[in-house]
Every structure is written in structure tokens, then in C-alpha cells.
Design a protein around this ligand. Structure first.
Ligand SMILES: [Zn+2]
Length: 481
């Protein structure tokens, strides 16, 4: 299967050129700029070998972005959880988590649709598992992502400590219930998931994704490192999302979480870490040294009051940074362009030196190549480069939100693009055309999401009631009304 997108606008150096981009065997096979620089011989317009021609006129072609951290099944709870910090928000989330693999399937589809229509071609789903139906949960997400055709990186979310262990003890010792599954059983489950589902050729990749230091033992981390080494898979985890986790790390390890993770070998060029809000300068140096990737989730960090990640410091230290939406219950959408915009301009208030601020072209590079690097795939995707996978997005520059004509990338990143995505290809296959997803029936998805839910504004989370007093105490918040 081969095709050529003709006369699309592509970014070059500091400007733009129109170009013909040819795809063969799922990869970019040629990029011919239609206005070659002076003093160089004109490009030969090759015979396209009968492949399909796609009109790229007045459209901007960019590499696909990576939604580098999300939890798809949170879609069922978006908009309903009240303003709460992570530790209490999580308690409520878990009290109402979906328990039907069919729901997981539908929310994975929903996550994929919103990611595709906001410029994403890959999604990292830190997937919440239904207890007792873990492989069925993964199978449901795999089915959804394969049907729609987005490139999927599924990190089954695992832990081996119960939720209350995720909070600092403060002055008093706390008793925690044992977790529902042993560490050994969890690792066996992960190995089964790898054998059953890891299939990069078919667009499905498994990541080893312990939830984070707050709920995982060293044995679980080490087991994941071992599986990652044996099967050559990437590692993924949350890292220091809240100040409570920073406090917990010092209680648990007597050093910072980053120092500890480095010591046990979890930080590698194949490791991506969501949030990274509460790191010291010495921790940042360790991330740079180990070539770990930071996944920036600005909207979730604002929604849960977690803080502002020191993204400009990471960039100056040479740490790779990508963008994620995080789960739809802490965002409460999966609009990747919105996350990229917020994650880019948020830092203009943290650093007076505007020369460090993120430019729209840098945002695009972080979202595409940065995302690919975090998945150890920078050689295969993340830029418009001959030989790389044909994962890219064509934006309609005649969309009202991208007019009048100024700097297309500037307006795409800093504006509020609506209906701007015209077409999306993943692995050379067209998934979105004329702004519509072609591979699944989106109207049917809408119907199912509607029918399986109800409008509601009041619900009571028993777990929040149980742990709130302790949380307020350790966070030194007033205990009165
Ligand atoms: Zn998360």
C-alpha cells in the first residue's frame, strides 16, 4: 500500500515549505520539497507508482503526538469527582471504578477518539485492572485500540500495597490491610500479559508500569525491571506527583524517591515517569544522567492541586519531556492539544527569563519526538523523516480556529483549535478522514456511553470518609469544619 500527500505544508528550519510526502510499506519513503533551496538541483518528481494521491493543499502535516500518560477507564468518572487532592480523589475514584471489561473497551475507544482528534497517534494507557479479571481488562483495551487503529502502549497498573499505604504516616504508625494480590502473582500476571498481548507489529505494546513508590514494594519494582530486561520493554510509573508522596518517600526510604529508584535500577532510557512535580535539583540531575523521560500532565496537576512541575529546569538539564492528558477524571478530557498548550505556557509564570520559555515549535517536538523517546522509539517515530513510521496528522488550515493565516504552528499550539484535525494516519493506515474517525462507528460509541451511564451530581465515597481525617492531619490542615 502506497500513497502520496501532495502539497502539504511542513515545517522546515524556521519556516514552512510545501512538500509531497510519500508512504510505502507503513513508512515515510520520500519527502520532496516543492521549493528547493537555491543552488541545489531540483528534486526529481518520481513516478508515484500508481499509489493514491491525497491533496494536502492548505493543510499542515505534523508528526503524530503521543498522549504519554492516561488511564482510559477514568472516562466513566469524568466531571463528577469534586475538587480534591490526589490522595482523596483516588479514594473516590477507586470506590466507583468500572468493573465490567465492556466498559473498559468503550472508554478505551473514547480515549482513542479524543486523542486522535487532538493530534495524537499513540496513547500510553496506564490501565486500571478489574480485580479478578485482569487479563480480560487488558484484552478489552487491546481490542479497542486495535479496532480503532491507534498505536497503543498499555501499562497494566499494578501495585502491591493497599491504598492507605500511599499516605505518609506522619507521627502515628498506621496499619494497612494486605493488598488483594501477592507480588509474585502480580508479576506472573504481567508475564502472561506480555506473552499474550505484546505485539508491536500489530500496534500493541505492553509496558511494565508499577503505579509508583507510594503503593509498590522494591520487590515489585525489581520484578518489573527484570521483565523489562528479559522482554526488552519500557518501564512507566507515576513519580512524586504530590508533596505527600515526597514526604512518604523520605519516611519509606530515608532518601528521595528518585535516589531510591536509581539505586534499585528503575531509571533507564526506557523509563518514562508521569508528573515529576516534587523533585529537588539533585533529583533532576539523576533523571538527566539516567536519560529517563518526564511526562508532563499539567491539567491533572492543576485539577488535583498537585503543583507545577519544574519543566523548564528539566529542559535546561537535558531531561526529555513529553505530554500526557492523564486520566479523564483528573483533567477532565483527553484533548491533547489543550494539555500541550497548558503545559507549554504554564511555565511562563515560573521563570522570569523568557528565553527559557517553550516555543510552539518546541512544544510540537516535545509532544512528538519527546513522546517517542520516552517509549524508546525515537528511531521509528516522532518526526517527519524518511524511514520512520507513517504516524502523522494533517491539520486543516482553513478551519475557522486556525484563521486568519499567521504562523500555523503558533496558532495550533497557542490557540484553541476546534475541528482542526483533518486526517490521521497510524502505521500508514488512514484512521481519520475529513475530521471523522473511519475505523469505528463513533455514533454507536456515543450511544453506548450514553446508555451505560446516568446524570448524577451526588454520590458518597466511603473511602474518602475513612481516610480524610488522617490526610488532613499529616498535611497539617485544620481539623475543624
Ligand atoms: Zn496517572
Amino acid at each position: 500500500m502506497s500513497f502520496t500527500i501532495q502539497n502539504a505544508l511542513i515545517p522546515v528550519d524556521r519556516g514552512y515549505e510545501t512538500a509531497d510526502v510519500q508512504v510505502a510499506d507503513n513508512c515515510i519513503s520520500a519527502i520532496a520539497q516543492n521549493h528547493p533551496p537555491l543552488n541545489s538541483p531540483p528534486y526529481q518528481r518520481e513516478d508515484r507508482g500508481g499509489g493514491t494521491i491525497i491533496d494536502g493543499k492548505n493543510k499542515l502535516l505534523l508528526p503524530g503526538f503521543v498522549n504519554a500518560h492516561t488511564h482510559s477507564s477514568e472516562m466513566w468518572q469524568r466531571g463528577i469527582i469534586p475538587p480534591l487532592p490526589l490522595e482523596l480523589w483516588l479514594a473516590e475514584l477507586y470506590d466507583f471504578t468500572p468493573l465490567d471489561p465492556e466498559q473498559v473497551y468503550l472508554s478505551a475507544l473514547g480515549t482513542a477518539v479524543e486523542t486522535l482528534l487532538s493530534g495524537g497517534t499513540s496513547v500510553v494507557d496506564h490501565l486500571v485492572l478489574i480485580p479478578g479479571q485482569e487479563l480480560e481488562t487488558i484484552a478489552a483495551a487491546v481490542r479497542a485500540y486495535q479496532e480503532i487503529g491507534i498505536r497503543a502502549f498499555i501499562g497494566p497498573l499494578i501495585q502491591d500495597e493497599s491504598l492507605t499505604a500511599g499516605m505518609p504516616a506522619g507521627d502515628g504508625a498506621m496499619e494497612h490491610a494486605a493488598y488483594i494480590r501477592s507480588t509474585k502473582a502480580t508479576l506472573e500476571l504481567m508475564e502472561a500479559a506480555i506473552k499474550q498481548f505484546h505485539n508491536p507489529e500489530k500496534g500493541v505494546n505492553i509496558l511494565l508500569a508499577p503505579t509508583g513508590i507510594q503503593l509498590c514494594s522494591d520487590a515489585l519494582f525489581e520484578g518489573c525491571i527484570d521483565l523489562g530486561d528479559r522482554y526488552n520493554l519500557c518501564l512507566h510509573a507515576h513519580l512524586l506527583e504530590t508533596s505527600a508522596q515526597k514526604q512518604l518517600a523520605h519516611e519509606k526510604y530515608g532518601c528521595s524517591a528518585v535516589e531510591h529508584l536509581q539505586k534499585i535500577g528503575f531509571l533507564t532510557p526506557r523509563t518514562s515517569l508521569a508528573h515529576c512535580v516534587w523533585l529537588e535539583d539533585s533529583d533532576i540531575a539523576i533523571l538527566a544522567e539516567t536519560k529517563s523521560t518526564v511526562v508532563h500532565n499539567p491539567l491533572s496537576n492543576l485539577r488535583l492541586g498537585s503543583g507545577i512541575a519544574p519543566i523548564l529546569k528539566y529542559r535546561q538539564a537535558g531531561v526529555n519531556v513529553s505530554f500526557g492528558c492523564d486520566g479523564a477524571a483528573s483533567n477532565d478530557s483527553q484533548d491533547l492539544l489543550e494539555a500541550i498548550k497548558m503545559g507549554s505556557i504554564l511555565h511562563n509564570i515560573t521563570d522570569l527569563d523568557y528565553r527559557h520559555w517553550i516555543t510552539p515549535r518546541e512544544s510540537v517536538e516535545m509532544a512528538s519526538l519527546g513522546g517517542a523517546k520516552g517509549l524508546n522509539l525515537a528511531d521509528e517515530m516522532g518526526s517527519l523523516t524518511v524511514g520512520k513510521k507513517a504516524d502523522f496528522v494533517l491539520y486543516d488550515l482553513t478551519s475557522l480556529s486556525l484563521l486568519p493565516r499567521t504562523d500555523p504552528i503558533g496558532l495550533l499550539i497557542l490557540g484553541r483549535p476546534t475541528n482542526a484535525v483533518d486526517s490521521v494516519w497510524v502505521n500508514g493506515k488512514q484512521i481519520v478522514a475529513e475530521g471523522k474517525v473511519k475505523t469505528i462507528d463513533v455514533d454507536d460509541l456515543r450511544r453506548q456511553l450514553f446508555d451505560r451511564s446516568e446524570w448524577s451530581s451526588q454520590r458518597q465515597s466511603p473511602m474518602v470518609g475513612e481516610i480524610e481525617a488522617h490526610y488532613r492531619q499529616v498535611m497539617k490542615l485544620s481539623l475543624g469544619g
